[in-house]
Design a protein around this ligand. Structure first.
Ligand code: PHE
Ligand code: ZN
Length: 876
């Protein structure tokens, strides 16, 4: 097998032929589905004559090829390397093809596949070529007419994009339906679903008064889990009208839940397909966090109808054009409908652990990559989350009103087109009059910029000089970096915590301003200051950078208490805790006792005793930095020291603040029936954080409270929190029966069993390894289902760091074994799961050697393109 080749953005060529109309007929059969395609093609006006027609196809058995009704002879075409080349074609013509495919054997879950008793499709990015011969690229846009033929009993519901226009009975117990989608679209937005499905139906009246039918299709056993997603959908539709002036454009909008799905969900035109974990919810089975995640994903997919579908991407290098913008839109929706500060805190916490780690590792790539081997590997945190940060910076630079004018113009001008990142940024430059040339580097340079800040107070001149230097580290293939255009939102605090007025060149800027850092090093002078201020930097996390400033711990405690920016209050607390944890790690390495800095304890006592109107933020502030974030700060990650220090800090906080946590626990009990409202979610979050600390004292009493909460069975959030505490404790006489009871009660519900798996494999004790191996044999587990793999294996390798990184290498070996099996079954998931092994350079030599050896072992296998690309980069 030859080595897979990279594809380059600079090689882009417009398509030689456009498809104007695509007519498809499916005869569904699990192992032998027939697909007939009639494509109406036209030579692109700018292309010379005589260009051959080249179509993509994979895993197709070709039965018929005809142009304008004439079957092609053997010497008129060639099928080679997953391409069909037809040497001579007229200027306008009709191509008829018929192929056979095997959906039941499709474990990659790309193209048409079988999930349980249903047929469904996943075509983004390049799955359509597994359905039929096609120019499978986003800049080819056609209207689609799809006829589905299937067994009436087994497949009573058959759906595709657009509106149903014709249906009826056929001989042999079959029936058919024809769907028409009037909006021209790329093949990646095609969808088909067939199965025994039931629906929840609702209506939505759009801003111009049009009636839209909303349908959520699920298998019968899930009809009690559909209401929340429907509420989310209506909320998202209204929000997009209000915030962006975007109205829905078809008569019906459908969502389908499927159990086997590689990602969260997919924005197919008028027929979104969801991983059941990203749409199904009810209070008994679903935690608050999952309710919120579902709300976000439903909104995200809906928002794609404009940012992605009406205006789509010219090529896959432009993926962040739709994903970065749509994530930014879903983040704004969440900030508007939930606790804005918490939404921001949670997004940033994820970004600066997981995305920063990606940007510092062997697979680092720009928000707009310039080459790839397998595009499926580029659905990354960099494209999605850093892509969203770049849009957020743009909005902050041009201001919210101008940003809205810019987005209106973008949607209007490029409606129905497949465009590039430049088109979006140029529109923003045009409406704002700003020069965004330097800003474009955010799209082309990989790596997290590092800002080093220095402040100097001059008492005689009553001035404060702030100097910021920027540096972006080298990343693979990009040794040298240019300075970026970075908005740094900031303020200054007095020693009493008061916000100080920012006077620059005699002019006041209030107490909060944005510095535009464009040079490698730049200084600003603030005037009329009678005391040395404490700087509050990067408020709201105004840019995705790593910021270094030498705050004293007292400064951090001050920021944590008084900063007017909620995000920076949280961040001040995190930085203070980090400093305290670093002391403890030093002590741990020296085999000394680890004592937690009293300032942190006192700061938390203050938090727990001051009245707060934002309990959601308080709950976030009472969480120590995660092991992943602490690891990000270290040059060589010391997993054991991190874990030991963090556990010791938790238990000392618990011992010192027991009464405060106890009071908080009791004060946040709710009587009201469960609802996933921001207020209730905040109360549960705070209560369960408090209970966690109480249990950390090792006392019996709080464990009994946890057991009572588990048995009270009020809602999954409380049950799961209690179960986790019991299952992670050393009190196996409480933990084991709880795990058993939960497993028996929910054996019929795979989404709850995923939580059962995850809870068990995050147990910090060493015995977790045997538990994991036992669970891999459990009947509820299957390597073929991505949700199961993520819940059991993914949770273990990503969230149980001490055990995954065991010094005997057993965690690494287990992951490599799983990855090798997945390589055969589902290459996309295999390439995702291998990630933690690829980060070996961050660890000590012994672990590096062990991890590398597992990567080498994987490399010996006949690898899919997906896994090849990732492993080759890691070992390069
Ligand atoms: N485009 C989907 C989204 O972000 C994600 C996705 C990509 C789903 C590829 C499946 C396959 O909403
Ligand atoms: Zn998306």
């Amino acid at each position: 097998m030859s080595e897979p080749q990279a594809i380059y953005l600079s090689d882009y060529q417009p398509p030689a032929y456009q498809v104007t109309r695509t007519e498809l007929t499916f005869e569904l059969d699990p192992h032998a589905t027939r697909v007939r395609a009639r494509l109406h093609l036209e030579r692109h006006e700018d292309q010379g004559q005589g260009e051959a027609l080249v179509l993509n196809g994979e895993h197709l058995t070709t039965l018929e090829l005809a142009i304008d009704g004439q079957t092609l002879k053997d010497d008129e075409y060639r099928i080679e390397n997953e391409r069909l080349t037809i040497f001579r074609v007229p200027e306008r013509f009709v191509l008829d093809t018929e192929v056979e495919i095997d959906p039941a054997a499709n474990t990659a879950l790309e193209g048409l596949y079988v999930s349980g008793s249903m047929f469904c499709t996943q075509c983004e990015p390049e799955g359509f070529r597994r359905i039929t011969w096609y120019p499978d690229r986003p800049d080819v846009m056609a209207t689609f007419e799809t006829t589905i033929i299937g067994d009436r009993e087994q497949l009573p519901v058959m759906l595709s994009n657009g509106n149903p226009v014709e249906w009826g009975e056929l001989p042999d117990g079959r029936h058919f339906v024809t769907w028409q989608d009037p909006h021209p679209k790329p093949s990646y937005l095609f969808a088909l679903v067939a199965g025994e499905l039931e629906k929840l139906e609702d209506r939505f009246t759009t801003m111009s008064g049009r009636e839209v039918t909303l349908q959520l299709w699920v298998e019968a056993r899930n009809t009690d889990k559909t209401e929340w997603a429907m509420e989310s959908l209506k909320r998202a539709m209204r929000w997009d009208e209000q915030a962006y002036g975007r109205e829905y454009d078809l008569d019906r909008f459908m969502i389908v839940a499927v159990d086997d799905f590689n990602m969260g969900a997919m924005e197919n035109k008028g027929l979104n397909i969801f991983n059941s974990a990203a749409v199904l919810a009810n209070p008994a089975t679903t935690t608050d966090a999952a309710f919120q995640r579902i709300d976000t994903i439903v909104a995200h997919e809906y928002f794609h109808n404009w940012s992605g579908n009406r205006v789509t991407c010219r090529d896959w290098f432009q993926l962040a054009l739709k994903e970065g913008f749509t994530v930014f839109r879903d983040q704004s929706y969440t900030e508007d409908t939930q606790s804005a500060a918490v939404a921001r805190i949670q997004n940033v916490a994820m970004l600066r652990t997981a995305q920063f780690a990606e940007d510092a590792g062997p697979t680092a790539h720009p928000v707009r990559p310039d080459h790839f081997i397998e595009i499926s590997n580029f659905y990354t945190l960099t494209i999605y989350e850093k892509g969203a940060e770049v849009v957020r910076m743009l909005r902050n630079l041009v201001g919210p009103e101008t940003f809205r004018r810019g987005s209106d113009r973008y949607f209007e001008r490029f409606d129905g087109q497949a465009v590039r990142v430049e088109d979006f940024v140029a529109t923003m430059a045009e409406v704002s009059g700003l020069d965004l040339d330097q800003f474009m580097r955010w799209y082309s340079q990989a790596g997290t910029p590092q800002l080093s800040v220095q402040g100097e107070y001059d008492a005689t001149a009553r001035q404060y000089h702030l100097t910021i230097a920027q540096h972006t580290p080298a990343t693979p293939g990009q040794p040298d970096k240019q300075p970026l255009h970075i908005p740094v939102r900031m303020g200054l605090l007095g020693p009493d915590g008061a916000s100080l007025e920012l006077v620059v060149n005699g002019e006041s800027h209030g107490t909060d301003t944005v510095l535009a850092l464009q040079q490698e090093r730049q200084s600003w002078t603030f005037e009329q200051l009678d005391v040395a201020p404490v700087p509050s930097l990067l408020r709201g996390f105004s840019a995705p950078v790593q910021l270094d400033y030498n705050w004293s711990r007292d400064d951090l405690a001050l920021l944590m208490r008084f900063d007017e920016d909620g995000f920076n209050r949280w961040d001040g607390g995190q930085r203070l805790a980090l400093a305290a944890l670093e002391d403890m790690m030093v002590a741990w390495r020296a085999n000394e006792s680890m004592k937690l800095d009293g300032r942190l304890i006192e700061a938390w006592r203050g938090l727990l005793n001051s009245p707060t109107d934002d309990r959601a933020v308080l709950a976030e502030m009472l969480r120590l930095p995660t092991e992943a974030w602490i690891a990000e700060q270290q040059s060589v990650v010391d997993v054991d020291a991190i874990h030991a220090a963090r556990e010791a800090a938790i238990s000392q906080l618990a011992d010192n603040l027991y009464v405060d946590f106890e009071r908080t626990y009791h004060a946040n009990q709710l009587d009201a029936p469960y609802a996933p409202t921001p207020e209730q979610i905040a109360a549960r979050s705070l209560k369960n954080v408090a209970l966690g600390y109480m249990v950390a004292t090792g006392e019996r009493e709080p464990l009994m409270l946890a057991q009572a909460q588990f048995e009270a069975d009020h809602n999954m959030t409380d049950v799961r929190a209690a179960l986790t505490l019991l299952a992670h404790s050393d009190a196996s006489e409480l933990g084991d029966p709880a795990i058993r009871a939960f497993g028996e009660r929910w054996a019929h519900d795979p989404l709850v069993m995923d939580q059962w798996f995850a809870t068990q494999v995050t147990r910090p004790q060493q015995d977790v390894m045997e538990r994991l191996k036992f669970l891999m044999e459990h009947q509820a587990f299957s390597l073929k289902n991505p949700n199961r793999v993520r819940a059991l294996i993914g949770t273990f390798v990503n969230s149980n760091r001490v055990n995954f990184h065991r010094i005997d290498g057993e965690g690494y070996r287990l992951l490599a074994d799983v990855v090798i099996e997945l390589n055969q079954l589902n290459p996309e998931i295999a390439a995702r799961m291998v990630t933690p092994l690829t980060r070996f350079r961050r660890f000590d030599e012994q672990r590096q050697r062990l991890m590398r050896a597992e990567l080498e072992r994987i490399r010996q296998e006949p690898l899919s393109r997906n896994l090849y690309e990732v492993v080759a980069k890691a070992l390069a």
